[in-house]
Design a protein. Structure first.
Length: 235
């Protein structure tokens, strides 16, 4: 008899949700809280952040070691280059694939508008299980079960899209200056703007693309609420 993956996940999901529910209760986080994901290539980690119950700020829920990713530091340029992308991506409900050949997976929607502006190509870039990568970010199966369940819950509870921000390394000034001679230094400077905005506000920035650059705005209701450091980004 063929293995029914969807039936398996329906049952396994209950166990995973029971486990994370207990962890959420200890952290005063509600089930279905909005999610934000950050990936750092050099340190090979995936951070999962959750929106606080009583504020608009996000707190770090857990850091997962990435089992494997493809290529080196720098963005993905074309289909088949076996390079994992860097930039600002999203997960939506149609991204989820519980029937994945890589245990469980969700698509991060590469190429985005920025990638397309530079003629970059590729498809089916995922965060998935099975610890194998030809351009994706691969986790162990127990890790992806937990991450997938939390992402799925957030989408089911009304989060329209989950930001997935992928960086070559932690975008500190010190780290950037170590890569001053890299051809990707200007690109990484642009990524740093989004990284620093989250560090300052603890809210994922709103990301758009204009004239071949990422543009970031903080998700505040009124310009007067913006931190002074970032008011200049909007002018």
């Amino acid at each position: 008899m063929d293995f029914d993956k969807l039936a398996w996940w329906k049952e396994e999901r209950k166990k995973v949700i029971a486990k994370v529910s207990a962890e959420f209760a200890r952290r005063d986080v509600k089930i279905g809280s909005p999610v934000y994901i950050r990936i750092f290539k050099q340190s090979s980690i995936l951070q999962l952040w959750l929106k606080d119950k009583n504020s608009n700020h996000y707190s770090l829920y857990k850091t997962y070691p990435i089992c494997r990713y493809s290529g080196s530091l720098g963005p993905k340029l074309k289909e088949g280059d076996k390079q994992s992308p860097e930039g600002f991506y999203t997960v939506t409900e149609d991204s989820l694939n519980p029937n994945s050949q890589y245990h469980l997976s969700f698509n991060i929607h590469y190429p985005n508008a920025y990638d397309k502006a530079y003629g970059r190509t590729g498809s089916y870039i995922m965060v998935h299980g099975d610890c194998k990568s030809v351009g994706c970010y691969a986790m162990t199966d127990p890790q992806i079960e937990e991450i997938y369940a939390i992402v799925e819950l957030a989408l089911q509870y009304g989060q329209e899209q989950i930001p997935v921000h992928v960086f070559p390394f932690h975008m500190t000034e010190e780290n950037l200056l170590m890569h001053l001679s890299s051809p990707w230094y200007p690109f990484w400077r642009n990524l740093q703007e989004g990284y620093l905005m989250f560090e300052e506000t603890k809210q994922p920035p709103v990301v758009t693309v204009q004239n071949g650059r990422y543009i970031f705005t903080a998700p505040y209701s009124h310009p007067a609420d913006f931190p002074p450091l970032y008011t200049s980004f909007l002018q």
